[in-house]
Design a protein. Structure first.
Lengths: 205, 205
DNA sequence: AAGCCTATTGGACCGGTGGACAGGGTGGGC
DNA sequence: GCCCACCCTGTCCACCGGTCCAATAGGCTT
């Protein structure tokens, strides 16, 4: 018989899970025997905890359950080695499906996520990035690029303004345009989007 | 009963496959009814053919079989939407495993490929290389580190608070402590400090 | 000439951010 | 017991960051 172990912060979904797997064990902490499937339902998702759980139970498929599935969380989960990701309120039938898939060596993600992951993986491994080298820098005008690079080095708007000899207001304007073009919401995400940019030589030690 | 359709250039493995699935149908071309699983064993792998087959049988999981599995082929296959990839001489037991996984919504790739694909997908989607131990990070307490990492991913204080299940105020506290310890003035420079080590912070002077 | 893109700046608004006060709680070392 | 490090929370406030409303001016294509 397949042993299912659910790790949950609180036990409130125990009944639901046990209707999918009558012999399911629900606990708040890892421990005890070695299950055949580990269902990780602790919220919020803590990377460190999950990672150590996966490492501890090496070989046991881990499925992450979330009360409100987020793609980003799912990506983190599979990056850490999880074999599945689905809604913690999924129907018992769905949970059984997932269990079957992962215990037979599969990865279960749900249709949308699956296609996203597959697309990303193939892009990465086949080396055909859609916007290959620059995920954005050449979308920007020269001025926008200059401002973006200043900001990406950690400058405040005021500092960037001084270095480029323009008004802080203008910096904001260019920066706003850059946000728009790169589809990010703030300077920090701009930096993350531009993270490949090598640090200026004249500022490196 | 699950219907298995094998598409093969030549029929020589028919016996093996039928020992896994007694009612398996082996053909050289697509056609006839709609199977529950489509096993694609045509060699060499033709992207166009496979693609159109997957499109034609939309919704039917497709598993690509190869007499000599190559990672690149596997990547192409899943890029086109295949749900599995394995050796065409796999044991009947293995084939049954694969069938179970894919018919339950899973992706089946084999351990090595799976980890490769997962790694690639997460790198691509999260834009991160697997844990390159940041030197500054161990100056921080576990909680400060967790907050710092959330922020380093582009989260706002509010988002970090939600993800770590603490108040925004507490996020600020940990973050402030992290700024102090790392000698930076704001979240953006924190990210830079965690990503590239040798950046001089004071180009404002 | 008209239209568009780029660069530049202004003012105003408001939410996010970071620092400066405050505490409260736990657990471990001396 | 006391001290200390860590974790968590609160209020207040100045500043920064991002976006809205503009406007002016040069260069470029049509």
């Amino acid at each position: 018989m397949t042993k299912h172990l659910f790790i949950s912060s609180k036990g409130q979904l125990q009944a639901r899970w046990q209707s999918a797997f009558p012999d399911a064990v629900v606990r708040t902490e890892l421990g005890g025997g070695r299950p055949d499937v580990l269902w990780w339902a602790r919220v919020p998702l803590n990377s460190a905890e999950l990672s150590s759980a996966i490492a501890t139970l090496s070989g046991v498929p881990v499925v992450v359950l979330s009360p409100e599935p987020v793609q980003e969380d799912a990506m983190h989960a599979i990056a850490l080695g999880a074999r599945g990701y689905c809604h913690s309120h999924a129907t018992p039938a769905m949970l059984q499906q997932v269990a079957v898939a992962v215990t037979h060596g599969g990865l279960w993600l749900g249709p949308e996520l699956m296609s996203r992951v597959m697309g990303a993986a193939s892009e990465r491994l086949l080396g055909e990035h859609p916007a290959e080298a620059d995920p954005g820098l050449d979308l920007l005008t020269p001025r926008e690029r200059a401002v973006a690079l200043e900001v990406a080095r950690g400058a405040t708007n005021k500092e960037a303004a001084r270095r480029l000899d323009i008004t802080e207001r203008t910096v904001k304007a260019h920066l706003g345009a850059a946000f728009e073009k790169l589809g990010v919401r703030d300077r920090l995400q701009l930096v993350l989007a531009l993270k490949y940019v090598p640090v200026d030589i004249d500022h490196a030690a």
